[in-house]
Structures are given as structure tokens and as C-alpha cells.
Design a protein around this ligand. Structure first.
Ligand SMILES: NC(=O)c1ccc[n+]([C@@H]2O[C@H](COP(=O)([O-])OP(=O)(O)OC[C@H]3O[C@@H](n4cnc5c(N)ncnc54)[C@H](O)[C@@H]3O)[C@@H](O)[C@H]2O)c1
Ligand SMILES: N[C@@H](CCO)C(=O)O
Ligand code: NA
Length: 442
């Protein structure tokens, strides 16, 4: 058998995201090697201060302050320092030395992406940046790959977690903007200087990247109209709520035609970020807290939605690692990865191995002590009840009374639930078991 190849991985920056990427690279080395087709050897981590305190314990010998040398001697370079320089020069150095590059740097891409993309194309290396838009959510690769046979007409994104948290807080508690911002800062969602988030600049950088990929054109930060959320008041939110709307900060990229052009102009793309009212039944209205989501309309696919965590060290690291494995596969195979990976060697299990919550509907006699007897049978079988509701039905003609019981359990095994139901059927006070259904998402 041929020897497994090793690819040298250089990590530039060891902050929130970089530290998690390093941890996963070291902890999950075997699984990543199996999926990449090469061992991904972390050869060094460029930092400003080797002795700085970090959330993750990492081998000290990996740290270096010489980012340039590290970037020059790697097959794969991960840039997670942020900012324009030296990130830009280091990425160019890596590309020119034939390395594939993974970055999460939306600010750099929105400002000078095309230079980097052209250099990567010229050098024949992969430059990927899934982490730059909506963190963990796979959105850029689906747009670039899965939807490449379709025509996207509109993208609506909640791509900034901090502002979604603030607006959601205002919507659910009636708080004013300043109080909701203070709460976001207290919980660690918003930075001490929240300007980039609340003024919409972070969302605007992401809007430029989304628009460029969705419409196969170049859009930079200066093409994006940008209004933040600082002027949204508790009164605006209340009025919107009253009318059946929720206010979200949306990054929008949409196709404008001659027919719907607001100033009578020609065709093109409108890229903008602003507070927007959405009907409360729109799928994006259900995106609460600091979560992100991107809603896409395409000519043939219709409507699609991608949802998840748009920030945080570990979720964002997931997107970085995905890009890294994809780049490694290209280096190893000279093309995309295998159609299937079968390196996991895990068996399929029967349904009896799973646990789930259950909904159990019962038609029972309305007599004292019935609820206690039923609850006792659940407990006897180790099935814990989460919700129990009772509705009394009176038959006017016969004057008979019966009770409808709706029970939702905590997670239980198939076997335990089946035994519980069998035992309940045996009770003399049970008219019928009306339904037994599995429940997820509670
Ligand atoms: N944190 C998130 O949730 C998130 C989500 C998506 C994308 N991103 C992007 O990922 C990148 C990293 O974000 P982060 O949250 O980890 O930032 P961070 O500020 O926590 O980490 C950046 C690290 O890079 C180091 N650094 C900066 N310049 C350096 C230099 N010249 N040499 C060596 N080290 C240097 C800093 O000291 C810091 O430790 C940014 O581009 C950010 O926009 C972050
Ligand atoms: N500040 C950003 C982090 C991810 O880019 C947010 O709140 O979503
Ligand atoms: Na993403």
C-alpha cells in the first residue's frame, strides 16, 4: 500500500477561531486524514505574543512570531488574524508559493477579494472562505457549487448575530436599543466597540461576498447601501409587531429588471443592508437570538433557507476545517473528493437503538385516581412525563363524561414506551389509546 501523504498546514492567528481550529486539527487528526486522503500536519501557529494566555492549551513549540516564513513553507495556509494587513500580504505570499488558502476574513475579501481570487486562479490553487459569511452555515459552497446550474434572483440574509440578538431582545421584551445592546454586551455577543455590527458594516461586507457569488459578478463594500439598527426604537418594533411584522437587519442582494427598476434605469443587482419589516410568518422571522440564516430565491430551485450559528470560535472553526479538507482533497487527488467516503466504518442500527420523545393520546374514564395510575405506569417503566394535559368531554345525551389525555414524554427507548403503552391498555379505566407518535425538537 502506498504511503499516506502529509500536507503541511500553517495557521496564522490564534484568537477565538484560530485556537479552536488548532485544537480540532490536533484532536481529530486521524478522522481528518481519512477524509482528506492526507495527514494534515499543523507545522506552526503564527501569533503576536508566544506567552499570551489562551482559552485552549496548545503545544508551545508550535507558536512562532514569524508568520511570513511559516506561510512560505506550507501546502495549506489558514489565515485567521483578521484585518487587512499583514493578512493580505501573507495570503498573497502563500498563494504565490503554491499553497491553498482558507480564510474567514470578510473585511479583506469585501475590500480586495478580486486581487486575491485572480492570484489564486493564476497560481492554480484553491482560496476558500466559507467562514467569512454566516460562520458555521454552509452557504458559500452551496451557492457556488450546488446552485451553479440555476439562476439566483434574490438573497435575503440575517448575517450578523449581534444585531439579530439585539432586535430579537427588543421584540420580545419591549426594550429600547441601548438597553438591548447593553444586554448583548453583558452576554458577550457584542464587542466593547459594537460599531461594525450595529452600523451594519459587518453585514455589508458579507452582503458584498454573497452578491458576488450569487450573481457571478464583482461587488465591493462601496457597492453596498448600508443602514444599521441604531435608529430602530422600541416604538418602531411595537408598531411593526402590531401590524404582524418583525424587524430584522437584512443583507439583501436582488436582481433588478427594467420593469421593476425604481428609478427607471436598466438591469442590475441591488445590494443593501438595512432594518427591514418581515411578515411574522416568513421563515426568516423565526430566526431568534444570535442565530443567522440565509434565504435564497432561485428561478428553478424556488425558495431555500440555510440556518445556523454565524459566529463563535468552535462553530466558525467547523467551516474553516471543511474548507481545509476540501482543499487537501484537491491537492491529493488533483480534483474534487471521492463520490463517497467510507472511512467511518459505523454500522446502521435498528430503530430499537434510538430514543425519542413520544406523544401519547388517551381516551380515559373521568374518575378520581386515573391520572395517578397512568403516571405510575409511565414511572414504573422508566418513561418520564414532560407534559400532561387533560380535556373533559361531556356527552349531552348520555350525560357520560370522559377525559382526553395528551402526554408528551422525555426521551425514552422504543421498548420502554411500547411496554408502557401495553400496560396502560390493560387498565380498566382506559377507553382507548388514540395515538402514539414520536416527537423531536423538544
Ligand atoms: N469570531 C467569530 O465568530 C468569527 C466568525 C466568522 C469570521 N470570523 C473572522 O475570522 C477571523 C478571526 O476572528 P477571531 O474572532 O478569531 O479574531 P481574534 O481577534 O480573536 O483573533 C485574531 C488573532 O490574530 C492575532 N493577530 C493579529 N495580527 C497578527 C499578526 N500580525 N501576527 C500574528 N498574529 C496576529 C491576534 O493577536 C489575535 O489573537 C477574522 O477575520 C474574523 O472576521 C470570526
Ligand atoms: N460580529 C459578527 C461575528 C461573525 O462575523 C456577528 O455578530 O455576527
Ligand atoms: Na459560512
Amino acid at each position: 500500500m502506498s504511503e499516506v501523504r502529509t500536507l503541511k498546514v500553517a495557521l496564522l492567528g490564534c484568537g477565538n477561531v484560530g485556537a479552536q481550529v488548532a485544537r480540532i486539527l490536533l484532536d481529530d487528526a486521524d478522522a481528518l486524514a481519512a477524509r482528506s486522503g492526507a495527514r494534515l500536519e499543523l507545522t506552526g501557529i503564527a501569533v503576536r505574543n508566544i506567552d499570551a494566555e489562551r482559552d485552549v492549551e496548545l503545544p508551545r513549540e508550535l507558536f512562532t512570531t514569524d508568520a511570513d516564513t511559516l506561510a512560505k513553507d506550507a501546502d495549506l495556509v489558514i489565515e485567521l488574524m483578521g484585518g487587512i494587513e499583514p493578512a493580505r500580504s501573507l495570503i498573497l505570499t502563500a498563494i504565490q508559493n503554491g499553497a491553498c488558502v482558507v480564510t474567514g476574513n470578510k473585511a479583506l475579501l469585501a475590500q480586495d477579494g478580486p486581487t486575491l481570487y485572480e492570484e489564486a486562479d493564476k497560481a492554480g490553487v484553491q482560496l476558500s472562505y466559507e467562514a467569512a459569511v454566516a460562520g458555521a452555515i454552509p452557504i458559500l459552497r452551496p451557492i457556488r457549487d450546488s446552485l451553479s446550474g440555476d439562476r439566483i434572483t434574490r438573497v435575503l440574509g440575517i448575517v450578523n448575530g449581534t444585531t439579530n440578538f439585539i432586535l430579537d431582545q427588543m421584540d420580545s421584551t419591549g426594550a429600547q436599543f441601548a438597553d438591548a445592546l447593553a444586554e448583548a454586551q453583558r452576554l458577550g455577543y457584542a464587542e466593547a466597540d459594537p460599531t461594525a455590527d450595529v452600523e451594519g458594516y459587518d453585514a455589508a461586507a458579507k452582503a458584498a461576498i454573497l452578491a458576488s457569488l450569487s450573481f457571478h459578478s464583482r461587488f465591493a463594500l462601496e457597492d453596498v447601501y448600508c443602514e444599521g439598527i441604531t435608529k430602530v426604537s422600541a416604538e418602531d418594533i411595537a408598531a411593526a409587531k402590531d401590524a404582524g411584522f418583525v424587524i430584522k437587519l437584512l443583507a439583501i442582494a436582488e436582481k433588478i429588471t427594467k420593469e421593476n427598476n425604481g428609478n427607471g434605469g436598466g438591469e442590475g443587482i441591488s445590494v443593501r443592508v438595512h432594518p427591514t419589516l418581515l411578515p411574522r410568518e416568513h421563515p426568516l422571522a423565526a430566526v431568534r437570538g444570535a442565530f443567522n440564516a440565509v434565504f435564497i430565491e432561485a428561478e428553478n430551485a424556488g425558495e431555500l433557507m440555510f440556518y445556523g450559528q454565524g459566529a463563535g470560535g468552535t462553530p466558525t472553526a467547523s467551516a474553516v476545517l471543511g474548507d481545509l479538507v476540501s482543499a487537501a482533497r484537491r491537492v491529493v487527488l488533483g480534483g474534487p473528493g471521492r463520490t463517497e467516503t467510507t472511512t467511518g466504518h459505523v454500522p446502521a442500527l435498528p430503530v430499537s437503538a434510538s430514543t425519542t420523545s413520544y406523544y401519547v393520546g388517551l381516551d380515559v374514564a373521568d374518575q378520581p385516581g386515573v391520572l395517578a395510575r397512568i403516571a405510575h405506569i409511565f414511572a414504573e417503566h422508566g418513561v418520564s412525563i414532560e407534559i400532561m394535559r387533560q380535556t373533559i368531554h361531556r356527552d349531552a345525551a348520555s350525560k357520560n363524561e370522559s377525559a382526553e389525555l395528551k402526554i408528551v414524554t422525555h426521551r425514552a427507548s422504543e421498548a420502554a414506551l411500547a411496554a408502557t403503552v401495553e400496560a396502560i391498555k390493560g387498565l380498566d379505566v382506559i377507553n382507548s389509546v388514540t395515538s402514539v407518535l414520536r416527537v423531536e425538537g423538544v
